[in-house]
Ligand binder design. Structure first.
Ligand code: NAP
Length: 233
């Protein structure tokens, strides 16, 4: 079944997206990576399609290229992973920073979803997995714009889940705590470390979600490192 399924993953150059693409390919899926930057990864089952998800024309083109290569009948999954966070006090955060976060984290995720939904409806099955964050469940100080984007992902996911389940399409929303990736390059004072979740752990979960039985719908998954501070000394 895996070999018959095409999974689209957004934001694949590094971090959670790259780890997910690698695991999906090793499990036998065909994987279309839509992103601005290609990963340093090659596999016979993997194709990279250049796409800034915040640009609707580029999303449309990436879908067309994916369908030209593999057809529409086997497109099964969309993992909306592309995203980033910029933190700061509200009066200090440049307006452009919060616009850019909304354009990728919210509008980009919605554009990719809207492009793929008609194909999944035609196929009568599919699974859309959206990556929100713990910041989409619990507000953090000095991260108001990022939290707003991730709360938006949660609202979008829940509404879409209710809308699409009768078509046989699952929508799941995942809320990771800290994951050791380049996400923290833009966040001064926090370094990725071994106590955080690892991108491969998140990739494992995403693949498990894709493999749940056909009548099994996972709506929300909150995941956290067990010992974020390293545990008792
Ligand atoms: N790391 C964490 O602690 C954590 C926790 C909760 C949720 N998340 C979420 O997890 C997701 C993945 O983040 P990560 O931790 O793996 O960070 P990462 O290592 O920085 O990777 C982010 C990926 O998203 C891509 N991307 C960003 N904007 C894009 C756009 N407009 N179009 C296409 N691709 C774009 C980046 O591509 P480029 O290389 O071109 O920039 C990169 O491949 C994000 O949605 C993030 O908010 C992360």
């Amino acid at each position: 079944m895996r070999a018959n399924r095409v999974i689209i993953v957004t934001g694949v150059s590094k971090g959670i997206g790259c780890a997910t693409v690698e695991l999906l390919c090793s499990l036998g899926y065909r994987v279309a990576g839509w992103g601005r930057t290609a990963p340093d990864f090659e596999h016979t089952s993997f194709r990279f399609f250049s796409c800034d998800v915040a640009d609707s024309a580029q999303v449309k083109a990436a879908l067309e290229q994916t369908l030209n290569l593999w057809g529409s009948a086997e497109v099964y999954g969309l993992i909306n992973n592309a995203g980033f966070g910029l933190f700061g006090r509200i009066e200090e955060l440049p307006t452009d920073d919060w616009y850019r976060m909304f354009k990728t984290n919210v509008h980009g995720l919605m554009l990719a979803t809207r492009a793929v939904v008609p194909i999944l409806k035609q196929n009568g099955s599919g699974h859309i997995i959206n990556i929100s964050s713990i910041a989409g469940l619990q507000a953090l100080a000095q991260a108001s714009a990022y939290c707003a984007t991730k709360y938006a992902v949660r609202g979008f996911s829940h509404s879409l889940c209710a809308e699409l389940r009768e078509f046989g399409i699952k929508v799941s929303c995942v809320y990771p705590g800290s994951v050791a990736t380049n996400f923290f390059d833009r966040i001064p004072g926090i370094e990725p470390n071994e106590h955080m979740l690892q991108p491969e752990d998140v990739a494992n979960l995403l693949c498990e979600l894709l493999e749940t039985s056909s009548n099994f719908l996972t709506v929300d998954v909150e995941i956290r490192p067990l010992k974020p501070g390293g545990g008792r000394k």
